[in-house]
Design a protein around this ligand. Structure first.
Ligand SMILES: Cc1cc2nc3c(=O)[nH]c(=O)nc-3n(C[C@H](O)[C@H](O)[C@H](O)COP(=O)(O)O)c2cc1C
Length: 168
């Protein structure tokens, strides 16, 4: 059946995402390719530790202090986008600190905000409240929420495998 409406133009959509272990990137790049959207990786000016436990500890401290780590860069021409797909993993039952930095550094008022969230089994926590508070001027659409691999579980399984084979 022929469609009566013209296909939506996605030329004004931005996919902005943060990731540590890549789960959220898979979604972001799928959106980018499927919608032919612009893409931007949110990164802190100071990268998080490669070591998982150190990253968890730093994230916990930053969350508890309500710290907003400086961004490596901001989105060029942010004002030209109508829709922002914003993706992140759940860290410590909420949005990662750098997502609060992102929301502080970009004016989302008047835009449509479409969150996509990955978590390791415990759900989105308070992350949607964070978006509601920090992007109050945006129209926030129901989020896409996906349970994904936990780096901790993968690491533990790898360690178990090494132990079974007396490799450590
Ligand atoms: C610092 C840190 C904190 C995390 N805290 C939670 C949590 O509170 N609840 C949860 O379900 N998963 C938690 N996870 C797991 C991630 O949310 C999950 O693995 C996510 O898919 C990772 O996305 P990424 O690969 O894009 O980084 C945490 C992971 C990290 C690194």
């Amino acid at each position: 059946q022929e469609s009566r409406t013209a296909p939506a133009s996605n030329s004004t959509s931005l996919v902005a995402y943060f990731t540590r272990s890549g789960n959220t990137r898979v979604i972001a790049e799928t959106l980018q390719r499927t919608l032919d959207a612009a893409i931007f990786e949110i990164q802190p000016a100071q990268p998080y530790p490669a070591d998982y436990e150190e990253n968890v500890e730093q994230a916990r401290q930053e969350r508890d202090r309500d710290y907003e780590p400086p961004l490596a860069k901001v989105v060029p021409d942010f004002a030209t986008f109508d829709t922002v797909f914003l993706g992140f993993p759940i860290w410590g039952e909420t949005a990662p600190p750098v997502i609060r930095s992102f929301l502080s550094a970009h004016d989302l008022s008047g835009k449509t905000l479409r969150p996509f969230i990955t978590h390791g089994g415990y759900g989105p926590g308070s992350s949607l409240d964070v978006l509601g508070d920090r992007a109050a001027g945006a129209a926030i659409v129901a989020p896409f929420i996906l349970e994904a691999d936990q780096e901790r579980r993968t690491m533990n399984q790898v360690r178990g495998w090494l132990d079974e084979n007396q490799l450590r």
